[in-house]
Design a protein around this ligand. Structure first.
Ligand SMILES: Nc1ncnc2c1ncn2[C@@H]1O[C@H](COP(=O)(O)OP(=O)(O)OP(=O)(O)O)[C@@H](O)[C@H]1O
Ligand SMILES: [Mg+2]
Length: 466
C-alpha cells in the first residue's frame, strides 16, 4: 500500500522576488540575491465547491452604506497624557499598537507604566519574553508601580501565551522578535516568525476584543526582521526616538487608523520613569539664541501641535578642494539646494566653506516651511551677524528665490506669540490669514529670500530678486 504523502507545512520564499522553494537556499535561483529565502507557513488553499457557485449559495452580500452600522470606539486613558495624544485621544479597545524603537530607549519602561495604570481597573497581562519576571518586578518597584491586576508572564511560545488570556483586556508583548509560533520551525525573530506571530495576534485581538501593545526592535539592517514588515497588519504604529544621551524622547505616530499619523509626543526619561513634557517649546531652543550667529527659530508643525524649533548652522573655511555639508535633523538635499539658492539669489558665497547644520533637540524637520529658517541661519552664519532673539521665521523657498506660502500659517504665528516672540517673518501670501495677530505681534511679509536677508540686517541682497 502506498504511504500517504504529507503536504508541506512551510515553504521558503525569496523576500526580494517572491520565488518559492521547498528547502532553504543560500542564493535565490531566480533573482540571484543571497540570504533572502525566508520560511513561511503554507496554508491549504480552499477549493470552491461546485455547489457554492449558484446565486442561492452566496453567504455574504454587499450592503448599501446606509444599512451599515458601527460601534463607537471605546477609548481608554493610559495615564500618560502625551501617550494618549499620540494615539489620537486614548487607547482604542481591540486594537494592535506597535511600539518600535532603538534598544534601551525606554519602550519597556513606557509600556510598564501604561500597564500599571490600566491595571487599576482592568486585567492586564505583561508578556516579558526578553527579561525575567523578577527584572520586570524590579522595574515596577523602581517606578513605584504595584497592582494585583497586572499579571507577568515570562514566555516565548505564542501558543502558550494564548492560554493565559482568560479575562485579560490588555496585553503587552515585549518583544515580538523574541516570541515564536510552533507552526514554523524557523528561529524567533526571523521575518516569517515575526509576520506569522503578528497575524495570529491580530486574529486574537479582533476575535476577543483584546488590545495588544507589541514592542518591536529596529534593526540596523533596514529593519528586515523588525517592525517594518508588520506595519500593514497593525492599527497603530509608534516609534520611540531620541538620542541615548538626551534626557527627552519623542514618540511619533507613523500610522494610525484611529487618529492623525502626524502626532508627536514629548517625554522625559527620569529615574521614576517616563514623564510627559507639556512645556515642550523650551526644549528646542538654546540659551545662546540672539547672541551667537548662525541660529534661527521656526515654528514647526507636526501632528496637531506646533513647536518652536531652533536651527543652528556653523560655517568654517574648507581645508580641502571639496567643501563639506553635514546635516542633522534636516534633509541633506534640502540643505544643498538652499545653499545654492542663497549663493545664486543673494550672492552669499559658500563654495569655499564647510557647512554644518543641526535642528536642536534631535527633532527631525521635514516640512517645507523650515526652508526660510534654514536660509536665515545660513545667512546669519555667513555674515557673522546674530539674528534677533525675538524674531521667528517660516516659509517655503523656491529655486527662483521666491517665498511660497505654507500650511497652518495662523497656528504658527500663534505658537510664536505663545513662546514670546515679538516679530515673525512670513510669506507675503500668508499675511492675510494671520492679520488677526497683527496687533499682538509684528508680522513682516516677504516675497523673496533676499528680502528676508535684508529684513534681518544680515547682508544686502545683490540680485534682481530683492
Ligand atoms: N535605575 C535606573 N535609574 C534611572 N533610569 C534608569 C534606570 N534603569 C534604567 N533606566 C533608564 O531606562 C532606560 C532603559 O529602559 P527600557 O529597558 O525600558 O528600554 P527598552 O527600550 O525596553 O530597552 P530594550 O531594547 O533593552 O528592551 C535606560 O536607557 C535608562 O535611561
Ligand atoms: Mg525592553
Amino acid at each position: 500500500m502506498p504511504s500517504k504523502i504529507k503536504a508541506p507545512t512551510s515553504q521558503f520564499v525569496c523576500s526580494t522576488c517572491g520565488y518559492t522553494a521547498p528547502k532553504w537556499l543560500g542564493k535565490c535561483p531566480d533573482c540571484g540575491n543571497f540570504n533572502t529565502m525566508q520560511e513561511e507557513l503554507v496554508r491549504p488553499v480552499e477549493t470552491a465547491s461546485p455547489l457554492r457557485t449558484g446565486v442561492s449559495q452566496i453567504k455574504t452580500r454587499a450592503l448599501p452604506l446606509s444599512k451599515i452600522g458601527y460601534e463607537k470606539f471605546e477609548r481608554e486613558k493610559s495615564g500618560i497624557g502625551e501617550f494618549d495624544t499620540v494615539l489620537g485621544g486614548g487607547i482604542v479597545r481591540g486594537s494592535l499598537v506597535l511600539l518600535g524603537g532603538d534598544p534601551g530607549i525606554g519602550k519597556s519602561t513606557l509600556l510598564t507604566q501604561v500597564s500599571a495604570h490600566l491595571a487599576q481597573t482592568k486585567k492586564v497581562l505583561y508578556v516579558s519574553a526578553e527579561e525575567s519576571c523578577s527584572q520586570v518586578k524590579m522595574r515596577c518597584d523602581r517606578l513605584g508601580l504595584n497592582s494585583d491586576n497586572l499579571l507577568l508572564l515570562n514566555e516565548t511560545c505564542l501558543e502558550d501565551i494564548e492560554t493565559n488570556l482568560d479575562g485579560v483586556e490588555f496585553v503587552v508583548i515585549d518583544s515580538v522578535q523574541a516570541i515564536y509560533t510552533e507552526t514554523l520551525s524557523s528561529a524567533a525573530g526571523s521575518v516569517g516568525q515575526v509576520r506569522e506571530c503578528a497575524a495570529k495576534l491580530m486574529r486574537i485581538a479582533k476575535s476577543k476584543n483584546i488590545t495588544f501593545f507589541i514592542i518591536g526592535h529596529v534593526t540596523k539592517e533596514g529593519a528586515l526582521a523588525g517592525p517594518k514588515v508588520l506595519e500593514h497588519i497593525m492599527d497603530t504604529v509608534l516609534y520611540f526616538e531620541g538620542q541615548p544621551e538626551d534626557n527627552f524622547k519623542l514618540l511619533r505616530a507613523v500610522k494610525n487608523r484611529f487618529g492623525s499619523a502626524q502626532e508627536v509626543g514629548v517625554f522625559e526619561m527620569t529615574g521614576e520613569g517616563v514623564k510627559s513634557v507639556s512645556d515642550y517649546s523650551a526644549l528646542f531652543l538654546s540659551e545662546t539664541r540672539g547672541v551667537a550667529a548662525g541660529s534661527a527659530v521656526t515654528p514647526s508643525e507636526s501632528g496637531n501641535r506646533c513647536m518652536s524649533v531652533e536651527i543652528q548652522t556653523l560655517i568654517s573655511r574648507t581645508a580641502y578642494g571639496m567643501p563639506r555639508r553635514m546635516s542633522l535633523g534636516v534633509d541633506y538635499n534640502k540643505l544643498v539646494v538652499l545653499i545654492a539658492v542663497l549663493e545664486k539669489r543673494c550672492g552669499i558665497p559658500f563654495f569655499n566653506a564647510d557647512v554644518y547644520i543641526n535642528a536642536m533637540g534631535g527633532i527631525k524637520l521635514n516640512e517645507p516651511s523650515v526652508d526660510l529658517a534654514i536660509c536665515a541661519a545660513l545667512a546669519s552664519a555667513a555674515s557673522d551677524v546674530p539674528i534677533d532673539k525675538y524674531t521667528a521665521v517660516f516659509g517655503e523657498v523656491g529655486l527662483t528665490g521666491e517665498i511660497r506660502p505654507v500650511t497652518y500659517a495662523e497656528k504658527r504665528v500663534n505658537e510664536c506669540l505663545k513662546t514670546g516672540f515679538k516679530r515673525v517673518i512670513l510669506p507675503a501670501k500668508n499675511l492675510k490669514a494671520c492679520q488677526k495677530y497683527a496687533d499682538k505681534i509684528e508680522l513682516i511679509p516677504v516675497q523673496y529670500v533676499g528680502q528676508m536677508v535684508k529684513e534681518l540686517g544680515l547682508r544686502a541682497a545683490t540680485t534682481k530678486n530683492e
